[in-house]
Design a protein around this ligand. Structure first.
Ligand SMILES: [Zn+2]
Length: 640
């Protein structure tokens, strides 16, 4: 029972700098104290020793959670900087512990006899983490691993910085802006030379590639985008790949993908290669027909030109508008922000049997007055707290993500999660509504999975390539006419018409084959770059683009230099599509004509979400579906 647990006490209008320092340093000091004690006086009982180790992890997590959250969302810069420093301390302590042979000796000496399934899994996973860090290697190898680790961090930072800092641009005459929305044109006046500057930053790039009718201008901007960080990042990437290869080899793995995939659902590097082939085979026909449809439409404007990558957004948009009659301006009127937020809470509350009780700002004590806080109850019992920080402001994280504030542990701490997004304050785009449902999927997983005995398994503690599946699945509710009818109403009180939702869905379905094929072209780069050494990454990048995508490689482009995910995902960019396969399969258990049917939703809640990391994701999914996961639902979705 967790009902007596209290939420974290936040300082509200008081001194955040002191609060972050005290909470962060306090938790790290507690972790160090517990480790010293564990090494000096290890408990005789394995269970007691594991509990201590879990308490160490809890304290480190508590510090890491506030560090990563407040570095991204706190309105005061000194607080964000302090949170960054705290994160460095967290990382240093974590690395030190992962290579601490005395600590490892204590844990490796524990006998699993008499431990229950959860505790046995904690022990196995803990020892696996230590081995994957290299704690059991000789002294020189450990020193080299630490060196490689530090080198990798610096190379990652270089790779990201080179992309961020290298903003490129093109200049075009104002008459070449035809097709762009008027507010975009107004925000881009001509300079003294009479020309308009268009940069490769997203707020310029995406509207331009989607709406600019001038094909040559789209080609120029696309080439500018695809040469960002070239040639600097080619060398950085080669160094980073070499560091990863050596790390994997020192740890006894055949390749970096094998090391990386060992702790994922997919399991091995070979399985990644097979997955890419399998998805490519499934989507090939649909991808070719998508391309043909775009090529047909383009012939009206350019009778002899071959469709290129920089034509895909523009002609997709045109086909959607002309053939599916979907008007984004009209759709927005059904989605006023406050109404959508309440609608989301009502929908997910009904689905999962949860109650959301607003917490007054004075009691919540959050970092900004636009943050909305709710207590979460299940069967009349408080099981967590959530904070919704959904609008942009200066210095705030620019994307959409769920952050932990506290990871839940039964009897010890109440789970608290935060959604950080950047939505319009007035009317929302339907895309934003979908994003809100997606991110909320992570938040619900964090809270429901936060009722477990071990922090190791708390919340979104499953394999990394499963993490997106619950969120991708919850997006389906934002595409259902009956669900949307519960909250999507315009100012006159008119509910969004079901035939409009149907048209939106048809428009969204268009192009999914070509999109999936392009995703596989990215996944193939991510995998094959890491699988073995290559002298010419540009050549390999072009070869993989030709093989997997329906769009030919861009002559003169070097997209691998600005493909930021090569750092964060390394060889695992396949995960987005992998999660999608699982999400479609899990969704097949629901009744599309009755998306609120409580039995299936609650079985999903209890068998998948509430389990956190207590079992392998494949087993959780099999338990929910009553069979192992399969590709059938994904294949069926592709043919819709
Ligand atoms: Zn996500």
């Amino acid at each position: 029972m967790t009902s007596h647990l209290q939420p974290l006490s936040l300082p509200g209008s008081a001194d955040w700098l002191t609060w972050v320092a005290e909470r962060g340093d306090g938790q790290l000091a507690e972790a160090r104290r517990l480790v010293d004690e564990l090494k000096a006086n290890p408990p005789a009982e394995a269970l007691a020793a594991l509990r201590r180790w879990d308490a160490v992890q809890t304290a480190i997590d508590n510090a890491a959670s506030i560090a990563s959250l407040f570095a991204e969302v706190h309105p005061e810069e000194p607080v964000r900087d302090r949170a960054d420093e705290l994160m460095q301390e967290v990382q240093k302590l974590s690395t030190d512990l992962s290579l601490d042979q005395d600590l490892y000796a204590v844990l490796a000496g524990l006998s699993p006899d008499g431990l229950d399934a959860d505790a046995t899994r904690v022990l196995e996973r803990t020892l696996r983490d230590f081995r994957r860090a290299g704690v059991d290697r000789d002294k020189e190898t450990r020193a080299r691993l630490r060196e490689l680790n530090e080198k990798a961090v610096l190379l990652s930072q270089d790779f990201g910085r080179n992309i961020r800092d290298d903003v490129r641009s093109i200049k075009v005459a104002p008459e070449r802006l035809e097709g762009l929305p008027q507010d975009w044109i107004d925000a881009h006046p001509a300079g003294d030379d009479g020309l308009v500057t268009v940069t490769t930053d997203y707020p310029d790039l995406f509207p331009f590639l989607t709406f600019a009718a001038d094909r040559d201008a789209r080609a120029d901007l696309s080439l500018a985008k695809n040469t960002i960080a070239w040639p600097a990042n080619d060398a950085v990437l080669q160094d980073l790949l070499a560091v990863r290869r050596e790390t994997a080899s020192l740890l006894g793995y055949d390749s970096w993908p094998d090391l990386d995939a060992e702790v994922k659902m997919i399991g091995s590097g070979q399985a990644i290669a097979e997955f890419i082939e399998r998805i490519s085979g499934l989507v090939a026909e649909r991808a070719v027909s998508d391309k043909a449809e775009l090529q047909d439409r383009m012939r009206q404007d350019h009778p002899d030109a071959e469709l290129a990558s920089y034509d895909s957004s523009y002609y997709s948009e045109l086909v959607r508008r002309e053939q599916y009659g979907v008007d984004g301006q009209k759709i927005r009127t059904y989605f006023p922000f406050e109404q959508v937020r309440q609608g989301l809470l009502d929908v997910t509350g009904r689905l999962f049997g949860l109650e959301w009780t607003p917490v007054a700002a004075a009691d919540a004590g959050t970092w900004h007055d636009e943050v909305a806080t709710y207590d979460v109850s299940l069967d009349g019992r408080r099981i967590g707290r959530i904070h919704l920080d959904l609008h942009p402001r200066e210095g705030k994280y620019k994307h959409a993500a769920q952050f932990d504030l506290v990871r839940g542990v039964t009897g010890r701490q109440l789970p608290e999660g935060v959604l950080v997004c950047n939505f319009n304050r007035g009317l929302m785009e339907h895309d934003e509504v979908v994003t809100l449902f997606h991110e909320f999927g992570h938040l619900v997983h964090h809270v429901l999975g936060g009722q477990v005995d071990w922090v190791r398994f708390s919340g979104v503690a499953t394999e990394w390539d499963f993490v997106e599946a619950p969120s991708q699945m919850l997006e389906e509710w934002a595409w259902d006419a009956d669900v949307l009818a519960t909250f999507a109403r315009d100012a006159a009180g008119e509910t969004i018409p079901a035939d409009l939702v149907a048209a939106m869905r048809r428009a969204d379905d268009f192009g999914k084959g070509a999109h999936a094929a392009q995703q596989m072209a990215y996944a193939a780069r991510s995998y094959y770059f890491h699988a073995e050494p290559h002298d010419d990454l540009s050549a390999l990048s072009d070869e993989l683009q030709s093989k997997y995508s329906v769009y030919p490689p861009l002559p003169g482009g070097h997209m691998h230099c600005n493909f930021g995910h090569l750092d964060g995902y390394s060889s695992g960019y396949y995960t987005y599509m992998w999660s999608m396969v699982i999400a479609k399969d899990m969704f097949s258990a629901f009744d599309r004509d009755d998306m609120f049917a409580p039995e299936v939703a609650q079985a999903y809640r209890d068998k998948v979400l509430a389990q956190g990391g207590r079992a392998d994701a494949a087993d959780l999914v099999a338990d929910f579906l009553g069979r192992p996961y399969s590709f059938d639902a994904f294949a069926a979705w592709l043919s819709e």
